[in-house]
Design a protein around this ligand. Structure first.
Ligand code: UT7
Length: 333
């Protein structure tokens, strides 16, 4: 039987630190409000001319590949999750592939927002289990800062999001004791417009550029924050329990939960619902904000670096986001 296992993780965050105090200086908000409602103290923004979505992914990928003990030439497929590609098309996977010097290797872009990395892991896992590929590079990367409205009007969204990239290398294995145990994906399109960016979409009668001049807000993130929150705190525990049940395991078996970093209050609520102690939940939203598809691989990579992900540990990745989408991946490390 072929399974997949994660053999290397890496991340890159831009060096431009945006503190809550800086946001206080450009919009009507306070460090106290942001900290109390989200747990975020600072986030990173890309530096124009230095970072792009694909360049950050390249940095993260190079670290993950090196830690995996392989070379870019060993990668035989790329799965890339993002909602903020360098170009509207083609996706950033092509740029990453070029940067890594591995032309001819297939590239698949995943658009599942905050659940993108879990969807990407699930996709890569299936390609490996089918025997089609042996070493798959999985990316979650975002440049969101330029989609945000930094005036007071946009404060409910702008203070939350940040930029960054994370990567993982999945490899084929027959070792039942070190592998991805299962993945679980869900979506509910009834809430498509509760967290979305309308343009550049194809719902218009004519070129959206003409309309954009009149209404710039259609290029910004529109979020019904309360609705997202309400669903997130139900779907996170649900999809974590689904993964545990599928593997005849219980919350007590989890060594580390790595949730999508949406909001510290959401992660804390999920932790309590699952009956997990604080040290078993990875939180780094305080430093990076919500980096959408990048948040789980960045958190996983930081957890690994700090020794919180050890051989034989049961690691649970879980996500919820726009779509709505949600999902989990249970890993015996
Ligand atoms: O990955 C998925 C991505 N999205 C999420 O996870 C979002 C989930 N939702 C949330 O995290 C929360 O809903 C938010 C953090 C976005 C908002 O927190 P909230 O406690 O739901 O606040 P609210 O939207 O109900 O707004 C409460 C008040 C409002 O003022 P009034 O009407 O009570 O006077 C807002 O205008 O807070 C005000 N407000 C702000 N004040 C200062 C909204 N944003 C800000 C801000 N600074 N940045």
């Amino acid at each position: 039987m072929i399974y997949s296992k994660i053999i290397g993780v890496g991340h890159y965050v831009p060096d431009n630190i945006i503190t809550n105090q800086y946001l206080e200086s450009i919009m009507d908000t306070t460090d106290a409000w942001i900290t109390e409602r989200t747990g975020i103290k600072e986030r990173r923004y890309f530096t124009y001319g230095k970072d792009t979505n694909a360049s950050m992914a390249t940095e993260a990928a190079q670290i993950a590949i090196e830690r995996a003990g392989i070379t870019p030439q060993d990668i035989d497929f790329i799965v890339y999750a993002t909602i903020t590609p360098d170009y509207y098309f083609p996706g950033p996977g092509f740029v990453l592939q070029r940067n890594l010097g591995i032309q001819n290797v297939g590239v698949l872009d995943i658009r599942d927002q905050c659940s993108g990395f879990v969807y990407a892991i699930a996709t890569a896992d299936q390609f490996i289990r089918s025997g089609m590929y042996k070493n798959i590079l999985v990316i979650g990367a975002e440049v969101q800062s330029t989609f945000l409205n930094h005036s007071t009007e946009g404060r409910g969204v702008a203070v939350i999001f940040g930029d960054g990239a994370g990567a993982a290398v999945l490899q084929a294995t027959t070792d039942k004791n070190h592998r991805i145990l299962s993945t679980h994906l869900h979506a509910d399109g009834n809430f498509a417009e509760d967290l979305y960016v309308k343009d550049p979409g194809s719902t218009r009668e004519k070129r959206f550029f003409d309309d954009l001049i009149a209404d710039k807000s259609t290029g910004e993130v529109i979020m019904n924050g309360n609705m997202v929150f309400k669903h997130a705190i139900v779907r996170f525990p649900e999809v974590i329990k689904e993964a545990l049940t599928a593997n005849q395991l219980t919350p007590q078996d989890i060594d580390l939960l790595v949730p999508h970093q949406a909001n510290l209050r959401i992660s804390e609520y999920v932790r309590q619902q699952m009956g997990l102690p604080e040290e078993k939940v990875m939180n780094n939203i305080q430093k990076y904000g919500n980096t959408t598809a990048a948040s789980i691989p960045i958190a996983l990579s930081e957890a690994w670096e700090s020794g919180r992900v050890k051989d034989g540990n049961l690691i649970c990745l879980a996500a919820f986001g726009s779509g709505f989408t949600w999902g989990s991946a249970l890993i015996r490390w």
